[in-house]
Design a protein around this ligand. Sequence first.
Ligand code: C5P
Length: 296
Amino acid sequence: MHNDATMNTKQQTAYFTRAYAKINLTLDVLGKRPDGYHELATVMQAIDLSDTICLTETGDDQIHLTCTQEVLNTPGNLVVRAADVVRRRVGWRGGVHIELDKRIPFAAGLGGGSSDAAAVLMALQRWQGFTLAPAELLEMAASLGSDVPFFLHGGLALCEGRGERVTPLVPYWPASMRWLLLLKPAIGLSTPAVFRLVTPVDYTDGSHSRAVCDALASMCPPDPVHLHNSLEHIVLENYPDVALAYEAMRQAGAPIVRLCGSGPTLYAPFAELSLAQHTCDALQAQGFEVYVTRPV
Ligand code: C5P
């Protein structure tokens, strides 16, 4: 999953790692919890759209960040918080410069920030030779965000609880969904803002996620009816830019269009690259930000 590499130069060792995005095949919101989070069942798949992270040692005892997206260049960035969590846990006093080449659209429902955090947790450990038990790593990941534990595994997984309880699934992916066309509408959405709009009528009993897990375990394509995201109609109804993008994807020939996480990114599965690319070109010509990608 994380094809890490070290590069030695005369001055310093650079440790490179990659952080992949995800899509949600399902997102069942089961109810609201006393702690304010929502109880979920969601089937997630990592996709071949990634950020690149480079770690280098510094002479001081600080965590420095340089991100290609200026607005993400803040001490609150999850990669800085991830490095801080590791330092506190293992008592490491060294300084690190984190360079983050951001390719995954952010505030997009693609899990980019969470994936970056998971990648830093794992990379620091390997780079500095810290030995953290898997349970410790999982606990640190969950403390950073509900989606972070998924990215310790990547691939295909069922995530439950607030998202942090991860069950890896046998990696089967239907040929009918081999290529994934992503469209990122020109707005960013905040996950808490979307979750605040959820009402009990949006709750499901988790049967969509169960049906998709069962279909994939039997190596069958899931029934599109079960590619259900409880947040999708909320986002489509409240954010006209997303509804417009959804319609544009359907008009351009995408047979199935679904929301990634809490949005606003939409994905459409295709069996053939030529069709995915054709649709991608048509949407790009209309000015949309689009990507053709695949599961990893
Ligand atoms: O866990 P994370 O920090 O990523 O969650 C961000 C916000 O999204 C939470 O504060 C909460 O408002 C919402 N959320 C939720 N239920 C979840 C996950 C996130 O309500 N299972």
